[in-house]
Design a protein around this ligand. Structure first.
Ligand code: IMP
Length: 429
């Protein structure tokens, strides 16, 4: 048995969609294990472009797809995404999709609260996707959540709903908002229950059986390591653990199932939302990276911040996720630069660091120490073998490998799935 766990090794948007799609074709099951519809995975299959936020990427190819317990599920968004894909010819049924019965639900007041808090935070705002992700995870950990399995027992919700609404009504009052309309909420839940319940399954059992049968499982991470609630640039992070170790807790399979841990790494750095970003380029070079890389958020359409490759951060991601290898994406965006910079350390005041310190003020003050490397003028777009790459591009890749302490498993040279240089097949291990 060879499983693969895919995670983002920077601040998300590393190009996971294409790689997961490519791997999903050879997987028997694809499982999401954290996050929700804050993710944005773009898959290009032939002429068609699919944009997924909540559904595992395997669904487009008909591979059995699983939404694990670690995901927070907005049932109304689910319905919309399923309808959108149906419009593109992808039929989603309980035969190809299962949702963990234990997934906490994102409810309309979670979305409201996310927006209210952001609006009230002024310059200190996180820049969330405003989709209610954080508030839904808070209720999960606070043991107040309504979960998928509750949709089959709505008439028994009584005391659970009392606790949940009492908590939120107090918060809403602080923002001058009216209390939750419980009757309206119950009506909405009753109306959506039949859409969700046919997919609700003990997915931990499905996955454990798949594992016992020697099936190939692909764990699909969302966001990136630097957005991890523990290991990221807190508090400018998402509300889940995004590192590879979460694949086990977020699905109900033991940690030995993770298999080959593949980190997706963009050949430069981007970030969407607020927070520290030591190699950010607020100049023409940053602009050029953004334009060439089409750096706009899939979910919110926001412009992504762009900067040089930060080897220190990726080295940290290699460590905290125990990466086996990386997939390097968007190398072609760097075509045509006379020289490129790679961050190899930081200084904060007169102190030098070879890792990013934990405190957000230190992170904000961190000045990158750069190494400069000659660029290349030939195109790397569409390269499918090392022989297609300019010598300097190969040098850039080799230097990245050295600095992060992790080998390149594949290089992606365009959104097209076949424009890939495969060094080692993650499923073959
Ligand atoms: P939230 O996940 O909506 O709470 O947003 C928290 C932070 O994570 C914000 O900076 C978002 O921009 C960022 N974020 C959430 N999901 C993604 C993603 O899929 N890609 C990139 N950034 C994300």
């Amino acid at each position: 048995m060879a499983n693969v766990t895919v995670i983002g090794a920077q601040w998300g948007d590393e190009g996971k969609g294409k790689i997961v799609d490519w791997l999903a074709e050879r997987a028997d099951v694809v499982a999401r294990f954290q996050g929700g519809h804050n993710a944005g995975h773009t898959l290009v299959v032939g002429e068609k472009v699919y944009k997924l936020s909540l559904l595992p990427s395997g669904i487009v190819r008909g591979t059995l797809s699983v939404i694990g317990n670690g995901v927070v599920l907005d049932p109304w968004h689910f319905k919309e995404e399923v309808a959108k894909l149906a419009g593109q010819g992808v039929a989603i049924t309980p035969d190809n999709l299962q949702i963990a019965e234990t997934c906490p639900l994102i409810l309309p007041f979670h979305r409201d609260l996310d927006g209210l808090r952001e609006d009230a935070s002024g310059a200190g705002k996180i820049g969330t996707t405003r989709r209610g992700i954080g508030p839904a995870y808070e209720d999960k950990v606070g043991r107040r959540a309504i979960r998928v399995c509750d949709l089959a027992h709505l008439d028994d919700l009584g005391p659970q709903l009392d606790r949940l609404t009492a908590h939120h009504d107090a918060l809403r009052a602080g923002f001058g908002e009216p209390p939750i309309d419980r009757d309206a909420l119950m009506d909405e839940l009753r109306a959506i229950a039949d859409t969700i319940l046919p997919f609700a399954k003990p997915v931990w059992l499905t996955l454990n059986r798949a594992k016992a049968d020697g099936k190939r499982i692909l764990f699909e991470g969302a966001q990136g390591t630097l957005l991890d609630i523990d290991h990221g640039t807190y508090p400018f992070v998402t509300s889940s653990n995004t590192i590879a170790g979460t694949a086990a807790a977020g699905t109900g399979l033991g940690p030995s199932a993770a298999g080959f841990v593949l980190g997706i790494v963009k050949a430069y750095t981007t970030r969407v939302g607020s927070g520290p970003f030591p190699t950010e380029l607020d100049d023409a070079t940053g602009q050029r990276l953004g334009e060439r890389g089409h750096e706009f958020g899939t979910v919110t359409g926001r412009k992504r911040r762009c900067g040089w490759f930060d080897a220190v951060l990726v080295r940290q991601s290699v460590a905290v996720s125990g990466l086996t290898g990386i997939a390097l994406t968007k190398l072609d965006v760097l075509d045509g630069f006379d020289e490129l910079k790679i961050c190899v350390g930081y200084t904060i005041g007169d102190q030098s660091y070879d890792y990013l310190p934990a405190h957000s003020q230190d992170q904000a003050r961190a000045q990158p120490v750069y190494e400069t490397i000659e660029g290349w003028h030939d195109t790397t777009a569409g390269a499918r073998s090392w022989a297609d790459l300019p010598a300097q591009a190969i040098k850039y890749i080799r230097r990245i490998e050295e600095l992060i302490g992790c080998p390149v498993t594949l290089v992606s040279t365009s959104p097209e799935r076949d424009d890939t240089i495969l060094v080692r097949d993650p499923f073959a291990d």
